[in-house]
Design a protein around this ligand. Structure first.
Ligand code: ATP
Ligand code: MG
Length: 760
């Protein structure tokens, strides 16, 4: 066996090494706790398969949970195997991988190759329109089905692979049975909530089909269909590797099974970190895989490399409260380090003020060895960020929101993309409805309704209808629109011509901006038009990036011997661009320059798989952890565990005695998840802010593998913050300007008693 390049295997422990070198044809599960190097092992195994086993990169499929994780894996692999090989890998989320294959093999599963990918917002809009006719009926019969829960219900059915027809049949049978058991006394035959949901589902599927559109769940459904019914579409795959396997749903599992026909599969996961049950993830897939692939072997990793011993100990205490959990061992050779900080505040504003002041204090006390970018604030849900953002802003601390306001969901971006979608797929009526009014052309709602009615009567797309009206091929509708269509049809035809000439998307967007005078429109209609215009420019940058990446190697499919097979037809550059943007809406893509030094704000869910030197978790109270609307307490505990285990050297759990919830002040108290473990062992958390004594600094430097901070620099930075001698400036003030004496987790000790500056 050829010897693997030293750099690849040198830094792995024996269990990790065993996993990386594991026989390729024996299915493998790597099960281990957070920070034990699962993702690192997966990445190294990919490199090992390529460099040592000689597997062609294009024959490897690596699946990550988010686009961000895919990007990270890509950049790590670039360092191991070089850029050229890395670009040939089929690396991405299940959704993005499916989308690529479906474009190639669309006809095999009854799709047209210019299908549009419909994002969650668009799906929701469709569902809202479908539920309108049921509104009165539901009020009359006291049926409560919101659009949101209908969207979730439909998505759950799809994730399980249940078609609309099946769901409808089930609901009808249930209704029938109920009627037999409880004969209806009233005259009407009242539909059950399930039945209404099923009917909406049927309508929804029909609209998608009529519009030649797929939603995210469809990408998986058609992907599975393609891979199971047409094995030639998966012949290329010599090995499939899946990260975060505990959070795959049934369809994703089916897909993995179909792609991994040669039993060459590697999955890594941690049942303790399964946090997507609410989105139909099945942690049972781990057991299912062992059943479906007899002989599957398991490797356990037990050393945590991420966190200090003190942090790991508290995290394990929290997760161990889950009585259904299978205990596993996880240890670290890192030093104890600073005990996690637990503190309560008067309200969320004080909590936020503390966060901002504390971040500054940490940076100063570490002499700048810790930077803004080393801090993350992990929230249970996005709405908690508002007071924190303003506190950070007040202190002049730059921050960015991970997966927060998503770039591709912004109005101005959606406007422009909709024009291009309509060029690529004229049947996609949602795009037509959006752009026909941008800029406003005086076409009213009644005309729009009439367009929809006429188009569906003639069985043509709405765009086709207005073009016919414009050309005088069909009579104008009422209220008349022909006169108002001139500029719209002109713009559409100009864009269409550009697309036919294969004009680059960045150029098309520039032309589009001129054609519809978009800057003027923004200026007239939006107060914050300037920042929106910046986003428009950013979209052009994104487009040029897609263009320079060129046609992805991913599009050419090869067989097991590396020969090209199948319809390797290239997609138009416009279609590639649209696909990249639609898949970026999947929750996490960042368009902001990551190299900028900023504090990160993120939800706990989006932080999965990532790590930061300092983690601050606000609102660790009984309304938030567990989230008051949850159906699964254990999943909420695991979520807190996932959040805490992101921390490398410092961990802060904060909560406030009172918190404003939707305008009302509520008293929540410390989260039971933390309170329970604190009761058992009160050394797990401390009320004292980290002191940054020389030993603590040494631990932080060691764990992060960074140089020790310089004393002179620490002094300089502390002086900047006005900390003088032991007459310490209060490190945060309450909103009414008083020095805060916060109650430190019930002890009522003043934070002023804490010596803040051990240097002097
Ligand atoms: P999670 O469950 O949170 O996704 P994980 O098990 O995937 O965690 P990784 O992210 O792969 O863990 O690794 C955590 C950290 O430990 C990374 O910074 C990684 O570089 C480091 N690490 C992993 N293995 C080793 C090792 N053998 N030697 C040194 N550092 C390691
Ligand atoms: Mg990981």
């Amino acid at each position: 066996e050829p010897i693997a390049p030293g750099f690849l295997l040198k830094y792995l422990n024996p269990a990790q090494l065993k996993a990386v070198q594991h026989e390729a044809s024996i299915p493998l599960q790597i099960l281990a706790g957070p920070g034990s190097g699962k993702t690192k092992v997966l990445t190294s195994r990919i490199a090992y398969l390529i460099l040592v086993h000689g597997v062609p990169p294009a024959a490897l499929c690596a699946v990550t949970f988010t686009n961000k994780a895919a990007n990270e894996m890509r950049s790590r692999l670039c360092k191991l195997i070089g850029n050229e090989k890395t670009t040939m890998l089929k690396l991405g989320t299940f959704h993005s991988i499916c989308a690529r294959f479906l474009r190639m093999y669309s006809s095999a599963v009854g799709l047209i190759d210019n299908f549009t990918i419909c994002d969650a917002e668009e799906s929701k809009k469709l569902i809202i329109s479908l539920m309108k006719p049921y509104k009165d009926y539901m009020v009359k019969h006291n049926i409560l089905l919101t659009e949101g829960s209908a969207a979730v219900g439909i998505s759950k059915a799809k994730a399980k692979g249940k078609t609309a027809a099946v769901v409808l049949k089930e609901a009808e049978e249930k209704d029938l049975k109920r009627r037999r058991e409880y004969p209806v006394r009233r005259e009407e035959d009242v539909k059950s909530i399930d039945r209404i949901l099923a009917e909406v589902y049927v309508g929804y599927e029909k609209i998608l089909q009529d519009n030649n559109a797929l939603d995210f769940d469809d990408l998986l459904i058609y992907g599975v269909r393609l891979c199971t019914q047409h094995q030639e579409s998966v012949l290329w795959c010599k090995h499939i590797l899946v990260d975060e396997f505990q959070d795959t749903n049934t369809m994703q599992y089916e897909l993995m099974k179909a792609i991994g026909i040669r039993h060459c599969l590697t999955v890594v996961g941690d049942p303790d970190q399964s946090i997507y049950g609410w989105r139909s993830a099945e942690v049972g897939n781990l057991g299912q895989m062992r059943e479906d692939f007899p002989g599957t072997q398991q490797i356990f990793l037990e050393q945590n490399y991420r966190s200090t011993a003190a942090i790991l100990r508290s995290c394990l205490a929290i997760v161990s409260e889950d009585t259904n959990r299978i205990a596993k061992s996880l240890h670290t050779t890192h030093p104890l380090g600073t005990t996690p900080f637990l503190c309560s505040f008067g309200d969320e504003k004080e909590e936020a003020g503390f966060i901002a002041a504390e971040i500054k204090r940490c940076v100063a006390n570490m002499g700048g060895v810790l930077k803004w970018g080393d801090f993350v604030i992990l929230m249970r849900f996005n709405a908690l960020s508002r007071p924190i953002e303003s506190a950070l802003q007040k202190e002049g601390i730059p921050c960015r929101i991970l997966g927060g306001h998503k770039f591709f969901e912004r109005m101005e971006i959606k406007d422009l993309l909709a024009y291009l979608q309509l060029i690529d797929n004229p049947s996609f009526n949602p795009a037509f409805l959006r752009v026909v009014k941008i800029p406003p052309r005086g076409i009213g709602d009644r005309s729009i309704e009439e367009i929809a009615a006429q188009a569906s009567k003639l069985k043509i797309s709405q765009l086709e209808l207005v073009e016919r009206i414009h050309d005088g091929k069909v009579p104008d509708i009422k209220p008349p629109i022909k006169r108002k269509l001139v500029s719209f049809v002109k713009a559409i035809r100009a864009l269409r011509a550009l697309d036919e000439e294969n004009t680059l998307p960045s150029e098309m967007i520039r032309k589009l901006l001129d054609l519809i005078n978009y800057e003027d429109y923004l200026k007239k209609s939006q107060q914050d038009w300037e920042s929106r215009w910046e986003n428009v420019k950013e979209l052009i940058t994104f487009a040029s990036e897609v263009e320079t990446e060129g046609p992805k190697h991913d599009f050419s499919v090869i067989d097991a011997d590396g020969n090209p097979i199948g319809p390797a037809e290239e997609q138009t550059i416009l279609r590639q661009f649209l696909q990249s943007s639609m898949l970026s809406t999947e929750g996490d893509n960042e368009t902001e320059d990551e190299s900028k030094d900023k504090v990160t704000l993120s939800t706990c869910h989006s932080a999965k798989g990532l790590e930061w030197p300092v983690v601050i978790i606000p609102s660790v109270d009984n309304d938030t952890f567990p989230f008051y609307r949850t159906e699964d307490i254990d999943e909420e505990r695991r979520l807190l565990y996932v959040a805490c285990t992101r921390a490398q050297t410092l961990l802060y759990l904060l909560y406030s005695d009172k918190r404003q919830v939707a305008g009302k002040t509520k008293n929540k108290g410390l989260s039971e998840f933390v309170d329970d473990v604190k009761q058992k062992d009160d050394t797990l958390f401390t009320h004292d802010v980290p002191l940054f004594a020389p030993e603590s600094r040494a631990v932080i430097s060691k764990v992060l593998e960074r140089p020790l901070p310089e004393e002179a620099e620490i002094k300089r930075r502390l002086a900047e913050l006005d900390y003088e001698g032991d007459r310490v400036r209060p490190f945060f003030q309450t909103s009414n300007g008083f020095v805060s004496t916060v109650s430190l987790a019930g002890t009522k000790r003043s934070i002023m008693n804490v010596p803040l500056n051990p240097v002097n």
